[in-house]
Write a protein that binds this ligand. Structure first.
Ligand SMILES: [Zn+2]
Length: 157
């Protein structure tokens, strides 16, 4: 592509003032020595100035406000959703950990005092179910407390 062709492609943009300073310098230098480009640039100039005089459509302020509010609500909702999911994972992990870690201890204790607590712990299955439920309940309570704490902190932040 010759210098002339390259410059010709830039003429409309040059008239609109949309070139970088380096490109503009290139165009100015070429136009000085090229009648064809000089004429074409001259033809573009009134068109560009007419275009510039056209009013730029402006979005109404309430639309901008509504869109911003909706975007913010969406972001907050997303953050809340992520947070809830993280809390659920922690609850599950904590409850399982609690159950697994403390069940052997409970089993030893109930085995040692089994004779004393015979009516209460004779059915291992029932006591295991009850103990698991307790573990999950504690996990749930811990998670709810954690969530309430964190939510309060986030509201302050
Ligand atoms: Zn030229």
């Amino acid at each position: 592509m010759s210098e002339h062709d390259k410059i010709r492609e830039l003429l409309a943009l040059a008239a609109a003032g949309a070139l970088t300073s380096a490109e503009e310098k290139q165009v100015t230098e070429h136009v000085r020595s090229c009648i064809a480009c000089s004429n074409e640039l001259g033809a573009w100039r009134p068109i560009a100035s007419e275009l510039r005089r056209l009013p730029t459509p402006q979005p109404s302020s309430w639309l901008v406000q509504a869109t911003l509010a909706r975007a913010e609500a969406k972001l907050a909702e997303q953050a809340e959703h992520d947070w809830n999911r993280r809390v659920m994972i922690v609850v599950l992990a904590f409850a399982w950990l609690l159950t697994i870690v403390t069940w052997p201890v409970f089993h030893v204790v109930s085995g040692r005092f089994g004779s004393l607590l015979e009516p209460l712990f004779s059915h291992t299955c029932i006591s295991f179910a009850a103990f698991t439920a307790l573990g999950w309940l504690l996990g749930g309570v811990a998670a709810v407390m954690l969530a309430v704490c964190q939510r309060g902190e986030r509201r302050l932040a």
